[in-house]
Write a protein that binds this ligand. Sequence first.
Ligand code: G3I
Length: 380
Amino acid sequence: MRPARPIRPLRFATVALTAAALTLPLLSGVATAEPSAQRKDPHSHAKQDRLRAAAPKGFYVGTAAAGGGHHLEQDYPDPFTYDKEYRKILGQQFSSVSPENQMKWDAIHPERDRYDFAAADAIVDFAAKHGQVVRGHTLLWHSQNPAWLEQGDFTKAELRAILRDHITTVVGRYAGRIQQWDVANEIFDGEGNLRTQENIWIRELGPGIVADAFRWAHRADPRAKLFLNDYGVESVNAKSDAYLALVKDLRAQRVPVHGFSAQAHLSTRYGFPGDLEQNLRRFDALGLETAITELDVRMDLPESGVPTPAQLTQQAEYYERALTACLAVEDCNSFTIWGFTDKYSWVPVFFQGEGSATVMTEDFSRKPAFYALLAALKRA
Ligand code: G3I
């Protein structure tokens, strides 16, 4: 999601949650009380308190692995590489990881004739070591492209060759190790029109390039499930309608598109998208897999920087409802949150005055939202 106007990074407000806030019952009636063992050691993640262990078989609970992007402008070192506590929780709690920035063009293909796989390799290796699957993100996008590409003076034939080479090289490198790829990311605008100006590929090569991207990715890794991914498509609306029409069109051409995913960057400023399940079902009915890929729920922070118990309860309800919607749809088997700790969330960097969007505080204390997810997974 791109904000209208980028905001200078703020220092993250330290959010200290009270024990009372952590034990609030949810509006939806889900029990969120901390297990007694947890009260003794708030940071111990015993097996019964792990999201991945609570998930039904074949259902993946994921998170973005923090690194690159906005983190480069902060005064901490690369989170995925250097934060031990962070890595421990990442391995314990999640069964799927998504590189937050490390597989984007500007990170993995910094110069025309040079790829830099170091950061992406580290995540894929970590995932293998921890028995996790990986969601690759992303291959065709209008954002985070390197200057050599966006400002280069290429012929159409050259551009096409550049994209084909990129997809073949990157997808091929991780063949067999990536469960799902976000092949095309955010290709429609809010009105459901293709981004024919912002997206270099569509602008220069026409809409047919989307189909080619899927074909090249499939050739490079026939086992990976290939997704269309976007924000603002949680509900039945002009944008999700556009995706539905595109999927039908691509399928009619026998293009290997396997999934549709809603990022789900939500805010308590707005109501929960109550037709999320209904919307996912539309894609499920076409034979596609569906997924939630970047869930977070931001809120307007009070002056103290500390969310109120009522705010945390509302947030927990959003998290739980998003998960429940996905669990209810047969082939929605991948549910990913865009980071698990406020310490590294992109939200305060992009939205002034908003934050606390993840399920853990900066010191990894678990919020009601965490327990709401845990309880919903256990129920499933
Ligand atoms: O463009 C400058 C570049 O010129 C400079 O060299 C570099 C280093 O300081 O900063 C660059 O911009 C940064 C960009 O990442 C590229 O590295 C932005 O300031 C930074 O805010 C940006 O953040 C990432 C953002 O995507 C970019 O769109 C976030 O870390 C990342 O969490 C976020 O993730 C996206 C998903 O990929 C797609 N869906 C929405 C989601 C949230 O925006």
